[in-house]
Design a protein around this ligand. Structure first.
Ligand code: AMP
Ligand code: FE
Ligand code: FE
Ligand code: ZN
Length: 274
């Protein structure tokens, strides 16, 4: 198909995005995308409604998720695609993540309270996954900070005074789960991995692809990841990481994959569900 573009990295109201699944699908149609994957943090609950909506609005949708993992003490995001969303193994893994997040968020709220910035847990609203952007929004609502960036930079960003790590899931066990459910495992936004050497180390794990195209990535960065992906015969993926008004300068569809790559994901999805 001519002009086929698919954005396979975006977030909905089921995690820290501000668009509902239907709003994401309508926006995708409006800007002329042919395919989409909604990759919420640590939840696949958007797919309870998203498949029917994609069909209604005639958009191709492949299941996806962005897992939070920890590798050598550092945060690493892993994208997974094309698994069966009804597989109990992925559902159970997501439930464990939700329990981890409840405890972690409580620990962050406790630190904020001690620092004179009380917030009630019930103020944090999301359809499924509650994360730090929700906490940042509550901080703004209370007038503790003036922007989401300020909340992260001053208090709740990694290693800041009110951050708490809580339990974590290792990158290894996450990739293992993705392989068990025959999904496609991709290193998300490798430029945000704390050192290029770490990306090389991560590639010792059985990843299927690297996210080489990403919002606002400069061409020299892109080239670096494309070279590594080609050398290792890995899938080259891309997406915007659209979050709606939480990250207002990043539009849906600003990074995308072509029809050939999307077909690879689709074939695997069909394999897993027929
Ligand atoms: P969590 O998964 O709850 O630990 O929160 C991390 C998420 O916060 C990331 O996936 C980003 O989407 C978001 N985030 C991190 N820094 C910022 C920022 N400065 N502004 C908006 N969102 C951010
Ligand atoms: Fe996010
Ligand atoms: Fe991410
Ligand atoms: Zn993301």
């Amino acid at each position: 198909m001519k002009n086929f573009r698919a954005d396979i990295h975006c977030h909905s109201t089921y995690s820290d995005g501000t668009f509902t699944p239907e709003e994401l699908i309508l926006e995708a149609k409006k800007i002329g995308l042919s395919g989409l994957s909604i990759t919420d943090h640590d939840t696949i609950n958007a797919y309870d409604e998203a498949f029917a909506l994609a069909q209604k609005h005639d958009l191709e949708l492949i299941p996806g998720i962005e897992f939070s993992t920890v590798y050598n003490g550092k945060s690493i995001h892993i994208l997974a695609y094309s698994f069966d969303v009804h597989d109990p193994r992925v559902r159970e893994f997501c439930e464990r993540h939700q329990r981890r997040r409840t405890n972690r968020n409580r620990a962050i709220l406790e630190k904020l309270r001690s620092a004179g910035m009380p917030i009630e847990e019930k103020e944090l609203q999301s359809t499924s996954t509650v994360g730090r952007p929700h906490i940042a929004q509550a901080m703004i609502a209370h007038g503790y900070v003036s922007s989401i960036n300020a909340a992260f930079n001053q208090y709740i960003g990694d290693n800041k005074s009110c951050y708490a790590t809580g339990d974590s899931f290792s990158t290894e066990e996450t990739v293992e789960l993705i392989k068990e459910i025959n999904g496609i495992a991709v290193i998300a936004h490798p430029h945000l991995v704390y050192s290029p050497g770490t990306v090389q180390q991560l590639l010792a794990l059985p990843f299927d692809g690297i996210e080489c195209y990403y919002a606002k990535l400069n061409p020299s960065q892109e080239k670096r990841w494309l070279k590594i992906a080609k050398e290792r015969d890995l899938l080259i993926t891309g997406g915007s990481d659209f979050h709606g008004s939480v990250k207002p300068d990043i539009p849906l569809g600003c990074s995308w994959i072509n029809e050939e790559t999307f077909s690879r994901l689709k074939e695997r999805y069909v394999e897993n569900t027929t």
